[in-house]
Design a protein around this ligand. Structure first.
Ligand SMILES: [Zn+2]
Length: 97
């Protein structure tokens, strides 16, 4: 009777130990996968995370007031001054007005 109890205890310990080992292996695998995906990510990231040319002055959109980078903004010259627009819509709106 005691022996049966000991066997039961041993099997419980063995099962929990196995589960732990499987868990560690599983975690190890997922970490490995993570590392692999992270290792392949920086290449993409480095090409995409390069900030767009945000250098340069910020100009307020003449129509809606949204700030846009002068070098990438849509522009129109009016009476010798340059007007900046955040979008075609804004430029069109201002042209219509
Ligand atoms: Zn605008």
């Amino acid at each position: 009777m005691i022996r049966a109890l000991i066997y039961a205890l041993i099997s419980i310990v063995a099962i929990s130990f196995l589960r732990m080992v499987i868990g560690i292996i599983g975690k190890g695998f997922s970490d490995l996968m993570k590392e692999e995906t992270e290792a392949s990510r920086p290449q993409q990231a480095s090409s995409t995370s390069k900030p767009p040319p945000t250098r340069g002055e910020l100009k307020a959109c003449h129509t809606c007031g949204t700030y846009v980078v002068a070098s990438t903004a849509l522009t129109a010259s009016s009476k010798g001054e340059t007007l900046y627009y955040c979008s075609k819509e804004c430029k069109a709106k201002n042209a219509a007005a």
